[in-house]
Ligand binder design. Structure first.
Ligand code: ZN
Length: 153
């Protein structure tokens, strides 16, 4: 077996584990406090490599497609955090000078979103976050496709 294949295998194993961890965490439906009650779910940035998705158990009485949409939304947050983490050279994302340089070199698209929507928000605009702006522009078809695969009706 060639070295490059082993390299890819490691990469995909890491990716699989990251997603697996995220999905497992989706079912940790606890400790949801009052001031988050208006949210459907939340994805916590990596702490010691762990990206956590939590669902608001008080807000699951809605159509399954709506819950699926929330789930996909949070998985995309997890995926963006995973990409940031892959170049962070640290178990958490701090967006310090070194991490910002790594982000620029490896994910110039995300770098642009963070520069624009975190530190230099255009006048008169108020973004929900750099990740939401990136999602709106680049993940719309992913969301639609995932929902279609979940429920084609
Ligand atoms: Zn979000």
């Amino acid at each position: 077996m060639k070295g490059i294949k082993i390299k890819n295998w490691k990469k995909y194993t890491f990716e699989f584990l990251s997603i697996f961890i995220a999905v497992i965490s989706a079912f940790a439906l606890n400790n949801w406090n009052e001031n988050r009650n208006n949210r459907n779910a939340e994805t916590t940035p990596p702490i010691n490599y762990l990206i956590k998705i939590e669902f608001n158990a008080n807000n699951l009485d809605r159509p399954k497609l709506s819950i699926a949409r929330t789930f996909i939304h949070e998985v995309i947050h997890a995926e963006i955090f995973r990409k940031l983490l892959s170049v962070a050279q640290h178990p958490s994302i701090q967006l310090n000078q070194n991490q910002i340089i790594q982000l620029r070199n490896n994910y110039p698209g995300f770098y642009d979103y963070y520069m624009k929507w975190k530190w230099a928000v255009p006048q008169g605009q108020s973004p929900s976050s750099a990740q939401h702006e990136a999602m709106a522009q680049h993940y719309r078809s992913t969301i639609v496709q995932a929902l279609r695969e979940y429920d084609s009706t």
